[in-house]
Design a protein around this ligand. Structure first.
Ligand SMILES: [Zn+2]
Length: 115
């Protein structure tokens, strides 16, 4: 299924070709502040419909994950990193998909704070 999402102002917009049933909620210092609900998927299944120049990037800790965000409206639609086998992976913030009914999703709690 193709999900259409964006930041609030629309400078970052995307189409994600993926099925979303379970999302991850993490309590680490970064995820907790932003309230992410994350869905992991191959990078190749995410198609940006706005220019890459429209997003800014935040990194911290080991700088392994590139957290993309909009510097105009402040939303953070997704992050990019290498998966366990080195494959390009996206952590999609499903809160940026307005048509998705978040109440129907299974939420897997991850204790990132303790890692
Ligand atoms: Zn924006």
């Amino acid at each position: 299924m193709i999900h259409q999402g964006s930041c609030h102002c629309g400078r970052i917009a995307f189409e994600a070709d993926t099925d979303i049933e379970t999302v991850m909620e993490c309590n680490c210092s970064h995820c907790a502040r932003k309230g992410y609900l994350l869905h992991f998927m191959p990078r190749e299944k995410l198609r940006l419909t706005t220019p890459e120049a429209n997003f800014s990037t935040y990194t911290f800790n080991r700088h392994a994950i590139k957290h993309r965000f909009c510097e105009v409206c402040g939303c953070a639609p997704f992050g990019e990193a290498a998966g366990p086998k080195g494959e390009p992976t996206v952590a999609l913030n499903v809160r940026c998909i307005p048509a998705l009914d978040l109440a129907t999703l299974k939420v897997k709690k991850v204790d990132g704070r303790s890692f």
